[in-house]
Design a binder for this molecule. Structure first.
Ligand code: ADP
Length: 474
């Protein structure tokens, strides 16, 4: 089985969020299960600057954007890179200094069209796996070009980012006008790129079973719930995993001291290290952490509103993230008033993320919606107990205290300040519980299988079904 996995970000080459982790770990796991899985992404400036060895594969040229667009394809191991300096040789992947690039539609239409070229150049590709709006045009191009040999799987990693653009930009897609129709890619007078993936792919997946159900409701469907209900026959939810080699407290070069479920003494050393890095006081109280994009989805505003009271409970808090200026500013001002108890770093720092996961006692994730979420799984692996709402992947991956056997986390009933505070109080009680419930919960969390193994098998079975179906139709 040969699969071409198309993504706009892939670890270790480019990352803004969970998609990059998935685009590296899932293909890796599929390879270990015998699939020939190649990955393709844009050749961004950061990749060029990294100096990795690139082998030239082909020159490409097709109608896209302003007319005939040209590019080159390179490879580095099983990863392919699409070069077009006009589109990708700049600082930032989708935006710069908080502003989306105005030519994003043109950039990712080019990338998607180039992925189709690559699929035809490589020998024996059975299936193209597309991810998020940036590669959602691929099934539409296959349809328009009459390329019927490839099966397609389209994965929605976050329905909040649909790739919606002005209708005046349609000509640069070089797609037939009849596709600009409410049943296909039109969306309230605009172009909706994600709809192309949903309509034309053989199979649509999202990153947890609960999110697959939620997005078919008006509350979580972001205007696409009707379409998603209509394609429910080809919609499935497969929960993400994490790369357990990258996230392994026993072999993690970023953290102060290794630890494991059998010997947690290293975790105490990691906590002291974390306190020092954020200039926190030496304290034996609980240390809460938050890493992530500073956006409303993640409930950052709830954390901001609850912060004074969280600190007054005797907890310390560390935050690492970037995103909306408003949330960044609010957190930075709070930290000025809680020196020694609250540490905030605005930025993206992979290594520091490891330090935080290893050193914290609890991880805050009061998301309003969460397609899957990786941080709660990373946290569990490091014995850091996640405090999570009951949505999407958080519901599917965390068994909360009082909700079942072998609890691994604490539930925030609803995304409100009151419920967040109630959950933090519960976490503080757990931390102080003389009966040792903290270490029992920690043990459950660390024993939980958060690897890609089971989910990669599910993808494999899905791919096999689609390929089989296409072959029988020939
Ligand atoms: P999302 O994809 O919605 O951003 P996920 O929880 O699925 O959220 O994945 C986020 C990934 O990005 C995790 O690996 C997390 O550690 C990482 N991450 C997010 N923000 C930062 C940051 N500021 N610094 C380092 N890593 C970050």
């Amino acid at each position: 089985m040969r699969v071409l996995f198309c993504s706009s970000e892939v670890v270790p080459f480019a990352k803004t969020g969970g998609l990059a982790d998935v685009s590296s770990a899932l293909p890796d796991e599929l390879r270990s299960q015998g699939v020939q899985c190649d990955v393709v992404m844009p050749l961004y400036r950061s990749v060029k600057k990294s100096g990795i060895a690139l082998e030239h594969i082909a020159d490409i040229s097709f109608l896209s954007g302003q007319g005939i667009s040209q590019g080159r394809i390179f490879s580095h191991g099983p990863t392919y890179f699409i070069e077009n300096d006009l589109y990708f040789n700049r600082d930032g992947y989708y935006s710069y200094q908080g502003r989306d690039f105005p030519d994003n539609l043109e950039r990712f239409a080019f990338f998607s069209r180039a992925c189709v070229e690559l699929a035809t150049i490589l020998e024996g590709v059975d299936l193209i796996h597309c991810n998020d709006w940036q590669t959602a045009l691929i099934p539409a191009y296959l349809h328009a070009l009459g390329l019927t040999d490839f099966s397609t799987c389209y994965t929605i990693h976050n329905l909040a980012y649909q790739g919606v653009f002005e209708s005046a930009l349609w000509p640069m897609l070089f797609l037939p006008y009849e596709l600009f129709h409410p049943d296909i890619m039109e969306f309230y007078g605009h172009i909706n790129v994600m709809k192309a993936g949903i309509v034309f792919a053989d199979m649509v997946t999202t990153v947890s079973p609960s999110y697959a159900a939620e997005i078919q409701t008006p509350e979580f469907g972001m205007g696409l719930d009707g379409l998603l209900r209509a394609v429910s026959f080809k919609l499935a939810g497969i929960v993400n995993g994490i790369d357990i080699r990258v996230w392994d407290p026993l072999h993690d070069g970023h953290i102060a001291q290794a630890f494991s479920i059998d010997d947690l003494s290293g975790k105490a050393a990691c906590k002291r290290d974390l306190q020092e890095r954020f200039s926190l006081e030496k304290s034996s109280g609980p240390l809460l952490a938050l890493i992530g994009r500073m956006v409303d989805q993640k409930g950052i505003d709830l954390v901001v509103s609850a912060m004074d009271e969280i600190i007054s409970l005797g907890a310390q808090v560390v935050v690492l993230g970037t995103g909306d200026r408003r949330h960044e500013q609010d957190l930075l001002s709070l930290s000025a008033g809680h020196a020694g108890r609250l540490g905030v770093i605005v930025g993206f720092d992979e290594s520091l993320a490891h330090v935080i996961e290893a050193g914290a006692d609890f991880f805050l994730m009061p998301s309003r919606f969460e397609p899957c979420g990786l941080n709660q799984m990373i946290s569990m692996r490091y014995g850091t107990i996640p405090i999570v709402t009951c949505v999407g992947g958080l519901k599917d991956t965390v068994t909360a205290l009082g909700e079942g056997d072998n609890p691994t986390g604490v539930r925030v009933k609803r995304p409100t300040v009151a419920d967040l505070l109630a959950a933090v109080r519960r976490a503080c009680d757990l931390y102080q519980d003389p009966k040792g419930s903290l270490s029992a919960t920690r043990g459950n969390a660390m024993r939980k299988d958060v690897s890609w193994r089971h989910s990669a098998i599910q993808y494999y079975n899905l791919y096999a079904k689609m390929i089989n179906f296409r072959e029988r139709r020939r």
